[in-house]
Design a protein around this ligand. Structure first.
Ligand SMILES: CC(C)(COP(=O)(O)OP(=O)(O)OC[C@H]1O[C@@H](n2cnc3c(N)ncnc32)[C@H](O)[C@@H]1OP(=O)(O)O)[C@@H](O)C(=O)NCCC(=O)NCCS
Length: 188
């Protein structure tokens, strides 16, 4: 009665644009120690035809996280997924990974792969939800602390089993974030 509040908007996934880079870099610096220089992001967005990056805007606007992948022939390689520390454990990382997987499928990729630090339990748990499983490791892969990378991959993204998994995850995300869309991330 008499409620003049605007309806609560869903967070929004959209393609990253060059104008987003300063904010994305701030998110990256908060999310990771170290990080890419501005030129690396700009090169990824404008000079790397394989790269696709997305951002997640929160309900009040403002970029809360971002993610990217490379489309490598028939394999989508997840390059990064990052959420602001103060916005974690609310399902935003899941939204970003979901967006990447949908993007990979729209681009006809067969599987998705990635490398993740062995100690990164949070990311490994999130990726496992999306059907990534461990297929090997790269010893002392990360130059800062010589940590091993775990290599993870999915089964065939278009397989009935994977599609069922994705549909279940999408249903859960739509319940949690009414109005969320995953469909407008591919190339214009
Ligand atoms: C990994 C990361 C993106 C997860 O983002 P997030 O928004 O917190 O993730 P979600 O809230 O969607 O979590 C989804 C699931 O992942 C798992 N997870 C997330 N954070 C976790 C943690 N700290 N410990 C254990 N599991 C965790 C849980 O299964 C979680 O589901 P639940 O909250 O229902 O238990 C975030 O921690 C991050 O930005 N980390 C720094 C950057 C990074 O390491 N990126 C990955 C390497 S490329």
């Amino acid at each position: 009665m008499g409620n003049t509040e605007p309806p609560c908007e869903a967070p929004r996934l959209r393609r990253m644009s060059p104008e987003d880079v300063p904010i994305v870099m701030a998110v990256e610096q908060a999310a990771y120690s170290g990080g890419w220089p501005v030129t690396a992001f700009e090169r990824e967005l404008t000079g790397n035809g394989m790269a696709r990056y997305i951002v997640l805007e929160g309900t009040g606007g403002g970029i809360k996280g971002f993610a990217g992948l490379w489309l490598m022939v028939d394999e989508a390689h997840v390059v990064t997924v990052a959420v602001l520390p103060e916005e974690r454990r609310q399902g935003l990382g899941r939204l970003l990974v979901h967006g990447l997987v949908e993007l990979a499928i729209e681009h006809g990729m067969s599987v998705a792969t990635l490398e993740v630090r062995q100690s990164n339990e949070a990311a490994r748990a999130l990726y496992r939800e999306y059907g990534f499983y461990e297929v090997g490791e790269r010893k002392r892969y990360y130059s800062d602390n010589r940590e091993n990378a775990v290599i993870m991959t999915t089964e065939e993204l278009r397989s009935p089993a994977y599609q069922r998994r994705l549909e279940g995850l999408a249903t859960e995300l739509r319940r949690r974030f009414p109005g969320i869309e995953f469909g407008d991330l591919s190339d214009e």
